[in-house]
Design a binder for this molecule. Structure first.
Ligand code: DC
Length: 229
């Protein structure tokens, strides 16, 4: 069934530029935006804080339920949305910390964790026209989305982008280390049994290796215009 509001699903592997593109697109179209990776990362942060093991599926689901996580879609917020959990706002520094990045793929592989996230993501999508970025948005979360994009880029391009981002934040990580991290996360996301990272059959696949974020956004805007016509 066609959703009541415009839904744009943007999926793809780590560091493919999903969040930059999804956030920019939402701004251009004046619609809501959520990076669902931030939800898995918030749970990873809560797990680290409470010393909950990344392989304890039941404890992780309880932790998420007990933390009273509040997600509001707010174009004025730096991320384009706000997440408050355990009484504090979860900012970019928390979400992108190395400790969080190191455990998040393990946490995101648990089916019951995913069920809890998907339920809440579907409720959020009822609020209005939305761009949602993640790994399973077009396949599982919003399978009836009018626009589905699968954004890829070569490992080399993704490493270069992530390295530039980190350098801007004053962190220097070697190309070798970043390639290993990205390839390991790709492997975990693609090989997990629950909602593995795959393009939806009706997704538009965009290889952004040689494209700027603005070029990718313009290309998606063309797909959106066609879907609305
Ligand atoms: O996009 P990201 O790097 O912030 O995602 C963090 C982790 O969460 C990554 O290992 C994949 C997982 N994830 C997921 O499984 N499903 C989503 N919809 C979003 C993220």
């Amino acid at each position: 069934m066609t959703p009541a509001h415009l839904q744009i699903a943007i999926d793809g592997p780590a560091a493919s530029g999903k969040t930059t593109v999804a956030h920019g697109l939402a701004r251009n179209l004046h619609i809501l935006y959520l990076d669902t990776g931030a939800m898995y990362r918030t749970l990873a942060f809560l797990a680290l804080q409470t010393r909950t093991e990344a392989d304890n599926e039941i404890a992780l689901v309880h932790l998420w339920d007990a933390a009273g996580v509040k997600i509001s879609l707010d174009a004025e917020a730096p991320l384009g949305f706000r997440i408050v959990a355990a009484g504090r706002e979860i900012d970019e520094a928390i979400l992108q910390s190395n400790q969080v990045t190191a455990v998040v793929s393990t946490i995101a592989a648990h089916p019951r964790v995913r069920d809890a996230m998907v339920r809440s993501q579907r409720e959020i999508a009822l609020q209005g026209p939305v761009v949602m970025a993640g790994r399973d948005i077009g396949t599982v979360v919003l399978p009836s989305a009018q626009v589905k994009i699968f954004l890829t880029a070569s490992v080399e391009a993704r490493v270069a982008r992530r390295r530039a981002q980190l350098q801007e934040a004053g962190v220097d990580v070697s190309v070798h280390q970043l390639s290993q991290e990205i390839e390991e996360r790709d492997r975990l996301d693609r090989e997990r049994a629950a909602s593995p990272l795959v393009p939806a059959p009706d997704a538009h696949v965009i290889d952004s290796s040689a494209m700027t974020a603005d070029e990718v956004i313009a290309e998606i805007e063309r797909v959106v215009a066609l879907a609305r016509a």
